[in-house]
Design a protein around this ligand. Structure first.
Ligand SMILES: [Zn+2]
Ligand SMILES: [Zn+2]
Length: 323
């Protein structure tokens, strides 16, 4: 089969590999869609401490079960499935409290295990143990299902920022994550602000009767925007730092008095739990969060390097690979 393997920063190779066989507790999938994201760009340029090469990349996965391990119950060939990316251990203190997104023993598909930029892949038993495989409902395409994982992360972020009824939600960033945030929080009247044309702080105040936004989600890897967030938030507003900053420049300066006197809350958000994935897929299936039109590019596996470059150039919303 064909796979895209990471060897080193700047060195991802398309090559032939033997088809993997499932262990007793594993599932083997025919990958139908594996979507790309900014993380793939980061890995391709800088590598990742958790990736020991060579490794098949790809973590936004939907496919079809082709073989089940001898001990697997509940799944059979032909089942259409979506797979989580971040695998919590399921038994540490955080996992037992339901805080699976911050499990210190977390492993990930495409990092610790071979991912979905391949014709076939094995879903390890530990994914099944934490309910990390979801049945794709009828009417949901594999491409749409592959957007479940990033939407699950967005769901986690809005949960942590307590986005609710009546909130004015300001989303900074217009990439796939920003778009998914907007779709999920769509109860508000949409207004797009182009910061090249107007001043963001002025415009947000104008549109919120001078109050600021109840929730500010920074879905952009920009420290300057994080620093601006307290000025954009309403009293008792919540700020989500959804995007991480470059590793070599993670420090920002925040107006502590704005946070103190206006009683602001700043929350981080990182990844998603198996339960978030299940709910995200449900939201796609029900039409609550449409994603089909966010998939702007479909490319074969052979073009995965071009796909990553398209993402890097910001020319696409969602680029999906169809191995
Ligand atoms: Zn991703
Ligand atoms: Zn854990």
């Amino acid at each position: 089969m064909r796979v895209a393997r990471f060897y080193a920063p700047g060195d991802i190779r398309l090559e032939d590999a033997p088809e993997p066989g499932p262990g007793p507790g594993d599932l083997k999938l025919r990958v139908r869609n594996c979507s790309t994201c900014g993380t793939d760009v980061k890995i391709s340029r800088y590598g990742h401490p958790h990736i020991v090469p060579p490794r098949v990349l790809g973590h936004e996965i939907a496919g079809e079960v082709v073989e089940t391990g001898a001990e697997v119950a509940g799944w059979r060939p032909g089942d259409r499935v979506q797979v989580i990316a971040a695998i919590p251990c399921g038994h540490c203190r955080q996992c037992r409290r339901g805080q699976m997104t911050v499990c210190p023993n977390q492993e990930s598909i495409g990092y610790h295990y071979d991912g979905g930029f391949a014709e076939y892949m094995v879903v390890p038993a530990k994914v099944l143990r934490v309910n990390g495989v979801n049945r794709v409902p009828e009417g949901v395409s594999f491409a749409e299902a592959s957007v479940t994982e990033p939407l699950a992360c967005v769901l986690n972020g809005q949960e942590l920022a307590r986005v609710g009824e009546g909130d004015d939600v300001l989303i900074i960033g217009s990439g796939p994550i920003g778009c998914l945030h907007a779709r999920l929080a769509r109860s508000l009247p949409d207004a797009a602000i182009c910061t090249a044309e107007v001043d963001l702080v002025d415009e947000v105040r104008k549109q919120t009767d001078g109050e600021g936004a109840s929730v500010v989600i920074v879905a952009a890897a920009a420290g300057a925007v994080q620093e601006l967030a307290p000025q954009l938030a309403a009293r008792q507003g919540r700020i989500s730092f959804f995007g991480g900053l470059p590793k070599d420049n993670p420090l920002v300066t925040l107006d502590s008095n704005a946070i103190h006197y206006r009683e602001l809350t700043i929350v981080g958000a990182n990844g998603s739990s198996p339960a978030h994935n299940a709910r995200a897929l449900q939201a796609i299936a029900s039409g609550d969060v449409p994603v089909a039109d966010l998939i702007t590019h479909r490319l074969p596996l052979e073009d995965v390097l071009e796909a990553i470059e398209i993402v890097a150039r910001g020319e696409a919303i969602k680029v999906t690979i169809e191995p």
